[in-house]
Write a protein of this length. Sequence first.
Length: 191
Amino acid sequence: MFLLATALLHMPSCATAASQTYVSVTSGVGMMNDWDQNSSNNAITFKPGLTAYGALGLKNSMTRVEVSVGYQHNIVDTVTGAKLMNSDNSADFWTCMMNGYLDCRIKGTPVVPYIMAGTGFADIFLNDDTGSETHGAFAWQVGAGAGIDISENITLDLGYRYLSPSDITSKSGNRYSTSSGSIIASLRFAL
């Protein structure tokens, strides 16, 4: 919440005469990477899941800065090699991120490739047969994609993001390394 408040307070100072405010909504396939448990690699694997988030940002000719709130849900597939059948075991990420973009418009086309990076906070919810627990962690992300101008005020973004929260330690004392990759589609609306 601190990051969100700080970003919102500083957004007006980033605005120039050429800046434009926007909102975006995003959905995609979140592919949770295998979690390492203590010194055991790939101890937990996940099925592909849903990722979704929304953002409020400022855009000028080549850069964007935004605050985003996101969610990702993945069902556990295997634990230490054993496949889980009909299991509700899952991991969920809630994120609040401050992101920066570099847009590189291709002249004469509606296509705008971009690269992005962000930092923020992740709440990681672990749900298994023994109960659930929540862990807060610093998170960072990087990504790339392309925006396609559908109209003067609407852009379709297609891209990839890699999200990496810091390691977490469960109530049982197990340390997990977590990360995720997402293939996403967004609609960005100029206000």
